[in-house]
Write a protein that binds this ligand. Structure first.
Ligand SMILES: O=C(O)CCCC[C@@H]1SC[C@@H]2NC(=O)N[C@@H]21
Length: 202
């Protein structure tokens, strides 16, 4: 009973959830992507998965789920919308957006954790918008401008096309997260965090 009383830092159940959300983000790439008005960065449903990971898993597990997905993509698995993968995508115009998914999911999760044991729909939407839109654009747009050689302002204006659908995704992700958290109060990030701290993690 050497391990009795000692808690794992990353319980098995958490690893399973991380894997499920990495898979969910990959599955959301299956419908494909849309390039509008000649923008080389596509509109994709995968950002919905990034927001969902943040809102449901909380900071670290969400960041890990997105990281797992991106590592698999870098290893060549075709898990991005349109069946893309490989190291090349991290040198392409959407590289900054992809890397931004990690802090985007983490910030979403962090804000949801701060919203307490019963986060309301408004807190969830705000968290998804700040992390899943603000943080991702903040990294993605300047990197896109740098890689394509375009000026920042036109790149920013071109990215405005993402906003309407990203707003819808934030609302959908928040609704799903709220429903999940009502059905499984233990799954609320703040509750889970508290449980881990007090040694009740699984
Ligand atoms: O598949 C890729 O190459 C990366 C796509 C990054 C898409 C960005 S993320 C934020 C914004 N919302 C979208 O739907 N598309 C862009």
């Amino acid at each position: 009973m050497k391990d009795a009383g000692r808690q794992r830092r990353f319980p098995t159940g958490d690893l399973a959830r991380v894997a499920v959300f990495a898979a969910l983000i990959a599955v959301l790439g299956l419908p494909g992507s849309l390039n509008v008005f000649g923008n080389v960065v596509p509109i994709t449903l995968q950002t919905l998965g990034v927001m969902l990971a943040g809102a449901i898993l909380g900071t670290w597990r969400a960041a890990l789920a997105v990281t797992v997905l991106l590592v698999l993509v870098a290893a060549g698995l075709p898990l991005l919308s349109g069946g893309r993968g490989g190291l090349g995508v991290f040198a392409g115009p959407s590289a900054g957006f992809l890397i931004g998914w990690i802090p985007g999911a983490a910030v979403t999760g962090w804000l949801v954790e701060r919203a307490g044991r019963n986060p309301g729909i408004v807190s969830l939407v705000v968290a998804c918008l700040v992390g899943g839109v603000g943080v991702i654009y903040l990294i993605g747009i300047p990197v896109q401008a740098a890689i394509t050689g375009a000026a920042l302002w036109p790149t920013l204006l071109a990215s405005a096309q993402f906003l309407p659908l990203d707003l819808v995704k934030a609302v959908v992700a928040s609704g799903v997260a709220r429903g999940t958290q009502r059905a499984y109060p233990d799954a609320v990030p703040a509750v889970h965090r508290e449980r881990l701290r007090t040694g009740g993690g699984r």
